[in-house]
Design a protein around this ligand. Sequence first.
Ligand SMILES: NC(=O)c1ccc[n+]([C@@H]2O[C@H](COP(=O)([O-])OP(=O)(O)OC[C@H]3O[C@@H](n4cnc5c(N)ncnc54)[C@H](O)[C@@H]3O)[C@@H](O)[C@H]2O)c1
Length: 270
Amino acid sequence: MAGLLEGKKGIIFGALNDMSIAWKVAERAHEEGATFVLTNAPVAMRMGAIQELAKKTGSEIVPADATVNEDLENLFIKSQEILGGKVDFVLHSIGMSPNVRKGKGYTDLNHEWYKKTLDISGMSLHRTLQAAKKLDAINDWGSVVALTYIAAQRIFPDYGDMADAKSVLESIARSFGYHYGKDSKVRINTISQSPVMTTAGQGVGGFDAFLNFSEQMSPLGNAGSLDCANYCLAMFSDLTKYVTMQNLFHDGGFSKTGVTAEVMEKFMSE
Ligand SMILES: NC(=O)c1ccc[n+]([C@@H]2O[C@H](COP(=O)([O-])OP(=O)(O)OC[C@H]3O[C@@H](n4cnc5c(N)ncnc54)[C@H](O)[C@@H]3O)[C@@H](O)[C@H]2O)c1
């Protein structure tokens, strides 16, 4: 497969290092012929790795804090200048909870941090879409994908306030998807991904054990980052033109599995 995204222009949020899901999306989008701008929070720029990815994919970087409207408007203005026109796809791959990071459990949240979690990991999708719509920066039939996790529907205790942020994120995809679809045929979906070892993933307590549990509870096993990237590309392509306002599970079957033989075995009496 080559050229699936030939001629398409985009913006990719969230490539922090080579473990990031967004990093894999950028590499694969480049291989499939897309041109794009890379963006991340100004603080993430200091890590330096994103420059390496920009070089590798022939991309420019425009920093933007996804909780600052002016940054996002600047991002869409600059991106259109760099790419020579409106964009066709946007990847929202952003997640951070100060409460989870600092070990604050769900019944003992710091509510100022909680607001930050909701803003960074949820409302930032609304801010991004509102900036894009105001500037009419996305082509008709353009595609926006945000990454999410099944803790939006079912309880995973160590995911803390991120679960609430993901519920907000998925709801925004549905609500904005209606308006943007009606007005400009722009489609908006969330992809609910299996757990994978990344910087954000590592922040969740007991993540190693959790990866193993999820692996054993998924008939196909956990979906990896590269396969997640491929699914994102499919959603950016014209092959999925009429898919919008959906939460799409990319999880090896985890979301539909009650129990598996491997897990049952652990509860068998001798
Ligand atoms: N890793 C997993 O197990 C997993 C599973 C399902 C969904 N996801 C989701 O995938 C997405 C990407 O996460 P990842 O696992 O690749 O980890 P990651 O840590 O590599 O990516 C998270 C990104 O969010 C960025 N970010 C944080 N605050 C920001 C801000 N204010 N403005 C702009 N960017 C900001 C970070 O700089 C980082 O690049 C997240 O939405 C995450 O919740 C991850």
